[in-house]
Design a binder for this molecule. Structure first.
Ligand code: NAD
Length: 488
């Protein structure tokens, strides 16, 4: 079992306490790596290193030089993508094929935001006062705490690190305790890329022991968080005490809406990919399939036929389509929701049980029909391979059901009508709408939630603004002295 070290101030270190915890391989449920179990003392050291780096070399560097380091870092990730993908797949159980795709794509975030670094510009304001020159500067915030979940460890970290660093901030990153290995391996590449020591620090451990002292540390200016909405609310409350900047990327209960004028093959495919890809463990999972009543039964038959073919197995094998659930508590939670749905009277048409013959934490791809919008299975995030099919009558009904959620992360719309393809996205209370596709993201397009799914945007040009603050500078060029008792 390999023992990994954290990254603080450019040095590879153990936790101050010397303690470690085990990271489990979800396919075998066996420990495969040892991770430092950090605490408040490690957080203090990491924040001090990040603060010193922010006030030192990093701050003095030109934005062009900063961008060049980000792009070098992108190239180093690309060169190491295969190894990093295998580590992620072993640590979090997602398909190697999916992780390879992600790792090959992650460099784009660092190229894109590296390119943006020297395009952060202020404005000259044609101010309404004679003899005054007024302009703005876009300045970094300082030390950013990045807290990430286990489901796509490096991708979701890249969404934070790339814009935060491009904007000139420094970072203390806390990966999930369930999937820290790839972060600690990536640590090697920061120095190679030329980041000065302390610009990126990584501390590992648990939410209460590392996350909380990090969020409440007085020298942390911003918290960029991805995780569950309950944790997100707590993080928001803690950050509020220090009036910190916050972005929150939280959960969802996304509706994948199939109209009767949809291309049926494409829609079936899109609904299956929306819920069963990544074993349903994505924030954007299309966990509610809203299907127009006129095609409901035919659609469900075709959905069942395709979903049935999903091959469960070892995530490292190329033929596997559905891997294990990543953690034991999550596995239990998924099974509990299946039993809640059965208890609520939903009809289990596929799966509905643990697939222990595949491995300790497997759950069969599961489809419920006859789901009413007020059932818990239709309202709460399961974060697993469980789909609720809900019928609707017409467009108004579909929009009403889709919007009847505390969440607002994403939605899918399947239709061949150009009018509907434009009309429906406008009415949906979500941060992302896919029409005739699902589960697409890019470094170029803003991503984030409405309602309880979050605050702020990641990716695209919107993202860099989250990591900047505006300073307004006034210069009197009149050469006169003004009345000191009247506002100028
Ligand atoms: P989680 O909320 O349990 O944990 C996320 C991170 O927060 C982890 O690093 C964890 O250690 C830390 N944490 C936990 N308690 C904390 C505390 N008290 N203070 C500070 N930090 C704390 O989420 P998870 O189970 O790792 O991930 C699954 C959730 O993440 C799902 O709800 C999913 O929808 C959401 N998610 C959202 C997005 C998005 O972009 N919107 C993307 C992926 C996952």
């Amino acid at each position: 079992m390999n023992k990994y070290q954290m990254l603080i101030g450019g040095a590879r270190v153990d936790a101050a306490s010397g303690e470690c915890f085990e990271s489990l391989n979800p396919f075998t449920a066996k420990p495969w790596a040892l991770i430092p179990r950090a605490g408040a003392e490690d957080v203090n050291r990491a924040v001090a290193a990040a603060r010193a780096a922010f006030q030192g070399e990093w701050r003095k560097m030109t934005a062009t030089a900063r961008g060049a380091i980000l792009r070098r870092f992108a190239d180093l990730i690309a060169a190491d993508a295969a190894r990093l993908a295998e580590i992620e797949s072993t640590d979090n159980g997602k398909l190697l094929a999916e992780m390879r795709g992600q790792l090959n794509y992650i460099p784009q975030w660092f190229h894109y935001f590296g390119g943006l670094a020297d395009k952060i510009e202020g404005r000259v304001i044609p101010i309404d006062k004679p003899g005054v020159f007024n302009y703005t500067r876009q300045e970094p915030l300082g030390v950013v705490a990045a807290i990430t979940p286990w489901n796509s460890p490096l991708l979701l970290a890249a969404w934070k690190l790339a814009p935060a660093l491009a904007a000139g901030n420094t970072i203390v990153w806390k990966p999930s305790e369930h999937s820290s290995v790839s972060a600690l391996v990536l640590a090697e590449l920061f120095e190679k890329a030329g980041f000065p020591p302390g610009v990126v620090n990584i501390v590992t451990g648990f939410g209460g022991e590392v996350g909380e002292p990090l969020i409440t540390h007085p020298d942390v200016a911003m918290v960029a968080f991805t995780g569950g909405d309950g944790t997100g609310q707590h993080v928001y409350e803690l950050a509020a005490r220090g009036i910190k900047h916050v972005t929150l990327e939280l959960g969802g209960k996304s509706a994948n809406i199939v109209f009767d004028d949809a291309d049926m093959d494409a829609a079936v495919n899109g609904v299956v990919s929306g819920i069963f890809a990544a074993t349903g463990q994505t924030c954007i999972a299309g966990s509610r399939a809203l299907v127009q009543r006129s095609i409901h039964d035919v659609f469900v038959e075709r959905l069942l036929a395709l979903a049935k073919t999903a091959k469960m197995g070892n995530p490292l094998e190329a033929t596997t389509q559905v891997g294990p659930v990543t953690t034991h508590p999550q596995y239990q939670k998924v099974l509990e929701y299946i039993s809640i749905a059965k208890g609520e009277g939903a009809a289990c048409r596929l799966g509905g049980r643990a697939a222990t013959e595949q491995g300790p934490w497997f759950v069969e791809p599961t489809i419920f029909t006859g789901v009413a919008p007020d059932m818990r299975i239709a309202r709460e995030e399961v974060f697993g391979p469980v789909l609720s099919v809900i019928p609707f009558d017409d467009e108004d009904d579909a929009v009403r059901i889709a919007n009847n959620s505390i969440y607002g992360l994403a939605a899918g719309v399947w239709t061949q009508s150009i009018q509907r393809a434009i009309r429906v996205p406008e009415r949906l209370e979500v941060g992302t709408v896919w029409v005739n596709t699902y589960r697409a993201v890019s470094y170029m397009s803003p991503f984030g939630g409405y309602k309880r799914s979050g605050i702020g945007r990641e990716s695209g040009q919107d993202a860099i603004g989250e990591y900047l603050q505006t300073k307004s500078v006034w210069i009197d060029v009149s050469g006169t002295t003004r009345n000191p008792f009247v506002m100028g």
